[in-house]
Ligand binder design. Structure first.
Ligand code: SF4
Length: 267
């Protein structure tokens, strides 16, 4: 039985791709971004929680897991859950989004779910940091209708400082997807004093202009998640950082729009 580790399934999601979607959150991420809004996603294994708030659980084995974040689930059980909302996908132009964490770190589990969704003619999106072996991207690319691809920091040293990994592999994978005419929407976390500098924004513009047709870019403004970290017993290194002002978000939006790409805030 093929299994994977997930930590949530969100129904009726409207910010994870087109239409109404089911978003499956994979557990585990090779990055450790200082602003991560899903700190419970980073560790690849199920872990105890200080704050069990009854997140959605598939519980395919008929067991209860109070006090745990994440569980090992059968791929078929996830598929059963996805199929329950087919009517919403069809009526809204929606589908399924695989997110996390980083879905590409469970390649067999992800490939299976993507393939099954394609067989069921359900639209698929993969929300990724792009930090994955090329072979994994090649394995899944034909079954993905849309990549939601993070662009954080253009300078690799800064990328490593704030996310724990350099960006060479990420940019290389983005180029691979673009060169192979994959549908890609970019996502730019706007983190005051970290990603909003002129040099970084110009670098992001350069990547957009160097591509052959990214669909759009979504600006994801920082918001404080210190309370979430403390509930998990973790320190939030950006505690106290103020969210970007509206005029600052507009300034960055205006800059990115100069490339001709569609720019959204949020999403
Ligand atoms: S890539 Fe996403 S999930 Fe992974 S640490 Fe960064 S923000 Fe969190």
């Amino acid at each position: 039985m093929l299994t994977g580790i997930i930590f949530d399934v969100k129904k009726y999601a409207i910010h994870d791709g087109p239409g109404i979607r089911t978003t499956v959150f994979f557990k585990g991420c090779p990055l450790n971004c200082q602003w991560c809004h899903n700190p419970e996603s980073v560790d690849p294994d199920p872990e105890p929680s200080l704050d069990y708030r009854d997140p959605f659980r598939l519980d395919p084995y008929g067991e209860d897991h109070p006090g745990a974040i994440g569980e090992e689930v059968a791929a078929e059980a996830v598929m059963d859950e996805i199929l329950k909302d087919r009517i919403f996908y069809e009526e809204s132009g929606g589908g399924v989004t695989f997110s996390g964490g980083e879905p590409l770190i469970q390649p067999d589990f992800l490939a299976y779910l993507l393939k099954k969704c394609k067989q069921e003619e359900i639209h698929t999106a993969v929300d990724t940091s792009g930090f994955a072996p090329r072979v994994t991207l090649e394995k899944i690319a034909d079954s993905v209708d849309l990549f939601l691809f993070d662009l954080k920091l253009v300078d690799t040293k800064l990328h490593e400082e704030y996310t724990s990994v350099g960006n060479e592999r990420i940019l290389d994978n983005l180029k691979f997807l673009d060169d192979n005419d994959r549908e890609v929407e970019l996502r730019f976390p706007l983190i005051p004093s970290i990603t909003d500098g002129e040099e970084n924004v110009e670098g992001i513009k350069g990547i957009i202009e160097g591509g052959s047709g990214f669909r759009k870019i979504s600006i994801l403004p920082f918001h404080d998640v210190e309370k979430k970290y403390s509930r998990l017993g973790l320190d939030f290194s950006l505690a106290g950082l103020e969210p970007p002002e509206e005029n600052e978000i507009k300034r960055i939006k205006d800059e990115l729009e100069k490339t001709g790409i569609m720019v959204e805030v949020g999403g």
